[in-house]
Design a protein. Structure first.
Length: 761
């Protein structure tokens, strides 16, 4: 038995005990909780000892070392409770063979052959040159893959980090990322510098790093914690759509976040347990000095503080758009335009004939698609190449249908390179030109995607941004279309802007379109009085009643009255996921209504969330772009078959079967109901919208407007009249902190010879 002689302390401050031994048997192991009971022989003892703790599992005969403490169990007696356990590689030929016999796919015969071939170097081969195992008779590619995966999970720095993560009750999948980032120092960084994880490892945020630091007794008053906390506040702001925060707002949020342990429960008037604001000021200055933050001064307002990458993205977008605007382009002759075009449509066509950048915006029924078709016709007449794209796959498909031309997602236009996320086309390898580039649904552009797209353009391109500025902004950070419009509409701006406002005769009969424009004007909704697109409002006093009415509408009333298929043509659009009138409740209820008893596959939630079930006949949505299989974020289809044994299924999307293997199922979600944000860029024959007081944090005009404009034939709003009125009344589209509008205006002023650039709030 060996007791550690160095000053390694346990959580209660007492010295940890370090032991080494040989595993006689694994008495118990739970794959879910990782709780493990081992019988271990320690040299110098007569009887095997019992070891308990969390581990990845250990095979019989393995040499192990562990750190922990002896405890007395009331029923099972004296046990060694280990906090960390490492499986050591055996050094004797017999020991190597015994351990290999436990590897999946090997057994005694293959293990004996491997040891005979590689001898004492077997585990060194497994560590550094595992592909050499195919030199052994009977070891094929599939067996090799299983052996390599198992070996990696039981040895080396990844296993050590996994064991530490298990002790901290954190997901073990972080181990690979940690080792990729820090190599053999991963365990040291995890234990001694956990706040580096939040800043350097994708997928580990400040809250996880803080939890690790607390568990390991790391100094909670360190500069590392302050700096990581400040960056975390800005990262959270980014997830809320902001590119920056005012300095005072950043400080206020960080003070609350960085409250010392237990101080969050104290009365807010007790400041002694709050972090000193001067320490936060010092942290901001450190981050500014290291260029991780960038400050932008404003007139009569606190400066905006940006994460460096978002600041650079805004700078680049402003520069490219400025170059497109101020570079002379060959004048195109629009020719004789159709007599049925509105004055605004004529203005838009003529604008792109002269300019390198044009912004076209307008609501439903105002003829944006007609303008795009006319502009395409003009470009083709001048033998100019076309590049049509949209932020999502659904929006790109709609653009292609409206124009009769090929349209792509922006990611596919730029030719994304598999899982790396890099684009083939970028600033050093721009898209071929000259070409007309039309980006539809530009309101969905976030600053990062805009940066990638515009970086790949040159002054040989003409860019037409088309979108409805009154819709919800992008899910990602930024408000690109609104910011470009703000800069373009300043006095003296050279960027042509066309706002289409005239509703065309074929759209005038649609009460959906009439009510969409009524919402923008802050008016009162007018139920249907006949026409092509029908619009209705049904009162519901609470979420329970709204749920009941919507279920009846989806399952009975709409199919009976309109002849629509409830699983393919009717879409519930919710402000939120939670609650009885949220997506989760509707998806569960409608799945039970439509597909109960059908063959299913179950995706385990990993203990953190409910398992997801997909059955034959379910309506599902793809939630991320998959360019290898040609399915995109927002694509909706029906599950046509499942293989319960292989945990796989097939989804029919737009008439094309798409196969999903086990790991690909995480990209699917039930789609009987989706959030309004998720519906952007899509249209549906019938849309049903719950709107209640419990949705108060989301009730804004652009949310309701976006939902209503997704409907083609039928729109049904079910909710509390007070909530509906509040949504229409709240015109402020939850402001985002960005700098693009000011920066683009400044770039244009500078290009036009006006040296004074003033940034205002």
């Amino acid at each position: 038995m060996a007791i550690s002689g160095d000053a390694l302390l346990g959580r209660d401050g007492t010295p940890e005990v370090r032991l080494e031994g040989r595993v006689l048997s694994m008495v118990f192991h739970s794959p879910k909780t990782r709780y493990t009971v081992l019988k271990v022989y320690i040299q110098g003892t007569l009887d095997p000892t019992t070891w308990v703790g969390r581990s990845l599992g250990v095979e019989e005969g393995a040499q192990v070392s562990a750190a922990g403490e002896w405890v007395m169990h009331p029923e099972h007696g004296r046990q060694f409770s280990f906090a960390r356990l490492v499986v050591k590689a055996p050094t004797t030929i017999a020991g190597i063979q015994r351990r290999l016999e436990k590897y999946p796919g090997l057994g005694r015969d293959k293990a004996e052959k491997i040891v005979k071939r590689f001898g004492a170097d077997t585990f060194a081969i497994l560590d550094k040159e595992p592909r050499r195992l195919v030199e052994v008779e009977g070891i094929g590619p599939k067996t090799l893959e299983r052996v390599v995966e198992y070996h990696a999970s039981r040895s080396g720095p990844v296993a050590e980090v996994e064991n530490q993560l298990i002790e901290l009750e954190l997901p073990t999948y972080h181990a690979d990322a940690l080792v990729r980032c820090f190599g053999n120092d991963a365990l040291m960084v995890l234990r001694n510098h956990p706040y580096r994880l939040a800043r350097e490892v994708r997928g580990i945020g400040f809250l996880t790093a803080d939890r690790i630091a607390r568990a390991l007794g790391v100094d909670m008053d360190s500069d590392d914690r302050v700096d990581a906390g400040l960056l975390y506040v800005l990262e959270q702001a980014e997830s809320d759509g902001h590119c920056a925060l005012p300095r005072d707002r950043l400080l206020h949020t960080a003070i609350s976040l960085l409250a010392l342990p237990g101080s969050r429960e104290l009365d807010s008037s007790v400041h002694s347990d709050r972090i000193d604001p001067m320490r936060l000021d010092a942290g901001i200055e450190r981050l500014l000095s290291s260029a991780e933050l960038v400050a932008e001064e404003r007139v009569n307002a606190p400066p905006l503080l940006f994460l460096a990458d978002l600041y650079a993205a805004e700078e680049n977008v402003a520069r490219v758009l400025g170059d497109l605007t101020t570079t002379a382009h060959e004048r195109w002759n629009p020719g004789e335009l159709p007599a049925n075009l509105s004055p605004g449509q004529v203005q838009a066509v003529r604008a792109i004939a002269d300019a390198g950048l044009v912004v076209l915006t307008g609501g439903p029924g105002t003829g944006k698609s007609t303008v795009i078709r006319q502009v395409i016709e003009m470009a083709l007449a001048h033998e100019c190449d076309l590049m049509l794209a949209a932020p999502t796959g659904r929006a790109a498909k709609r653009l292609a249908e409206a124009t009769g031309q090929e349209a792509k997602t922006i990611h596919r236009l730029l030719e994304i390179q598999g899982s790396s996320g890099a684009f083939t086309y970028h600033a050093n390898n721009p898209l071929p030109g000259p070409a007309l580039v039309v980006i539809d649904e530009a309101s969905m552009l976030d600053i990062s995607l805009a940066d990638a797209l515009f970086s790949a353009l040159t002054t040989e391109h003409r860019l037409m941004l088309v979108g409805d500025v009154d819709q919800l902004p992008s899910v990602g950070p930024g408000n690109v279309l609104r910011d470009v419009l703000a800069a373009a509409e300043r006095p003296g701006s050279p960027i042509p802007v066309v706002r289409l406002q005239q509703i065309f005769r074929q759209a005038e009969g649609s009460s959906i379109i009439v009510n969409a424009h009524t919402i923008l004007e802050g008016g009162r909704l007018v139920p249907d009085s006949g026409g092509e697109g029908q619009f209705f409002v049904v009162n519901a006093r609470d979420a329970e009643r709204a749920h009941e009415l919507i279920m009846k509408a989806v399952c009975e009333r709409v199919p009976e009255t309109y002849g629509l298929d409830p699983r393919t043509d009717v879409q519930i659009l919710c402000p939120m996921h939670k609650g009885k009138a949220g997506t989760t409740a509707f998806n569960r209820a409608l799945q039970e209504r439509f597909t109960a008893g059908e063959p299913e596959v179950v995706l385990d939630g990993g203990g953190r969330m409910q398992p997801r079930r997909f059955r034959v006949g379910d309506r599902v949505m793809q939630t991320r772009n998959d360019y290898d299989r040609n399915v995109f974020n927002g694509d909706i289809g029906l599950v046509s078959s499942v293989n319960e044994g292989k945990q796989s299924l097939v989804v029919e999307i737009d008439g094309i079967p798409v196969a999903y293997e086990n790991k690909q199922l995480v990209a699917l979600q039930l789609a009987y109901a989706v959030t309004i944000h998720k519906s952007q860029g899509s249209e549906f024959p019938a849309v049903i919208i719950p709107l209640l007081g419990e949705h108060h944090v989301m009730l804004r005009r652009n949310l309701l407007y976006t939902a209503v404009t997704r409907a083609q034939r039928l729109c049904l709003v079910v909710g509390d009249p007070r909530a509906i009125a509040r949504a229409i009344r709240q015109a402020d589209a939850s402001r985002r902190f960005t700098g693009l509008g000011n920066r683009l205006a400044g770039t244009l002023r500078e290009a036009m010879g006006e040296s004074e650039i003033v940034y205002v709030d």
